[in-house]
Design a protein around this ligand. Structure first.
Ligand code: DGL
Length: 283
């Protein structure tokens, strides 16, 4: 169990792989003096095509690994895991605050829409678990929400295919059903996956400039700051915080692909490979 009140402890950030580094960027920008530990479950990525039961189990194992290392707050940076695991993890670990990215993304979209029609694109799993749809409607019952899976964007983003004619064609094709059903209506589109901000430019060209794109990284960082303030756990240090990286497989690939998502270069020496699959689910 954590020593409650220890503001020097790191914030734990968990993702299925590299995509959550976009959320880590935003947290570092907002809270540069915080120590951070990032865990990418690269052995089992992608989560976006897996069942809620499997994703919840993976998230429980990741949370346990981070909490045993001692963290003061847990951020689930992965949208697919946030969609199913925030509540179960908060119940398992009442001693620390567990935050996901779906709530902050839903907040941002509810604030952004003017005409009350919101679209969401995410992984297959996030869409079928109705995570954003429910979170948005809980906040505003006067809006309409449509959600479509675009799992292919994950591969494009990881390969560094972020723009160009071919990417434009693929994005166009994937967004066709959304545009056909609701394209003329929505004025706000939630990028409900860690990887989609990498394709923001092309998505915006395809959807048109009247559609506001919402990504949850910045709002999550803001929510993390508030969460730390509420629990009196903001780090008082005036020097820049440390960042530690943990992966469950393939540190070389992590370093290579991280270049598409993280603002700074990550070196092999900064990464530790760990095994989290032997962790049981109970605290
Ligand atoms: N991190 C996942 C998400 O935000 C995308 C990658 C995956 O499918 O694991 O939903």
């Amino acid at each position: 169990m954590n020593v409650v009140g220890d503001s020097d402890l790191p914030i734990g950030v968990f993702d299925s792989g590299v995509g959550g580094l976009t959320v880590l960027n935003a947290i570092r920008e907002k809270l540069p003096n915080e120590n951070l530990v990032y865990l990418g479950d690269t052995a089992r990525v992608p989560y976006g095509t897996k069942s809620a039961v499997s994703v919840t189990r993976y998230a429980e194992q990741a949370a346990k690994a981070l909490i045993e290392r001692k963290i003061k707050l847990l951020v689930i940076a992965c949208n697919t895991a946030s969609a199913v695991a925030v509540e179960p993890l908060q119940k398992l670990y009442p001693q620390i605050k567990v935050m996901g990215v779906v709530g902050p993304g839903a907040d941002a979209s509810c604030q952004a829409t003017k005409n009350k029609h919101i679209g969401v694109i995410a992984t297959e799993s996030t869409v079928s678990n109705q995570a954003y749809q429910n979170a948005i409607l809980e906040r505003r019952s006067d809006v309409s929400v449509v959600a479509y899976p675009c799992s292919l964007f994950v591969a494009l983003a990881e390969e560094g295919w972020h723009e160009g004619a071919l990417v434009q064609q693929i994005v166009d094709k994937c967004l066709e059903p959304l545009k056909a059903e609701n394209g003329s209506l929505i004025d706000t589109l939630v990028l409900g996956c860690t990887h989609f901000p990498a394709l923001k430019k092309v998505i915006s060209e395809v959807m048109g400039e009247d559609v506001a794109l919402v990504d949850s990284a910045a709002t999550t960082a803001h929510a993390v700051e508030n969460g730390l303030k509420e629990s009196g756990l903001l780090n008082k240090s005036i020097s820049p915080g440390n960042v530690e990286f943990l992966v469950t497989d393939g540190p070389e690939r992590f370093v290579r692909v991280a270049k598409h998502f993280f603002k700074d270069e990550i070196s092999m020496a900064e990464i530790q490979q760990i095994d989290i699959q032997h962790f049981g689910n109970a605290p």
